[in-house]
Design a protein around this ligand. Structure first.
Ligand code: C2G
Length: 132
């Protein structure tokens, strides 16, 4: 079974996220989403999410492409994650291009960066709503 892993906040879930998750799943048989906790978002990404971790997890678990959702609590857990879950491919949007190449050199996990869906982002949604 080919296992895929990806990481993110996935706040205010939108079709850009779905495009990423769909393409990631198409690369294998089992997709693990490592979801940033509220504390990690606030302390390490300076992100205040609209939805709590539990709500963001509930939304992700309802997506047909997603097989498992686990917490992201630190920038440093990726190597142990890919080893523990015997991951074949590490997939991220290309806004992260190059940032995780070390995973390929340190483990047997291929790193793939997929094109982001350009016109949509949680930040843009919030901006557009405020402008109304
Ligand atoms: N994404 C995308 N297209 C968009 C928006 C997001 O393809 N229009 C992708 C991002 O590239 C990322 C995933 O969807 O791969 C989740 O995006 P975010 O929730 O913004 O995740 P991020 O804050 O980048 O967190 O340790 C890694 C971090 O947890 C990644």
């Amino acid at each position: 079974m080919k296992r895929i892993i990806t990481y993110g906040t996935f706040d205010m879930l939108h079709y850009g996220h779905i495009n990423l998750l769909k393409r990631a799943k198409e690369m294998g048989d089992y997709l693990i989403v490592v979801l940033s906790t509220d504390e990690f978002n606030w302390n390490s990404k300076q992100k205040k999410t609209y939805f709590s971790y539990d709500k963001r997890k509930q939304l992700l678990e309802a997506i047909r492409y997603v097989d498992l959702v686990i917490p992201e609590e630190s920038w440093d857990q990726k190597i142990s994650d890919v080893q523990l879950y015997q991951v074949d491919k590490f997939v991220m949007g290309d806004d992260w291009k190059g940032q995780f190449d070390f995973i390929e050199s340190e483990t047997n996990t291929e790193v793939v960066y997929l094109n982001r869906t350009p016109e949509i982002s949680t930040t843009q949604i919030k901006k557009d709503l405020n402008a109304k």
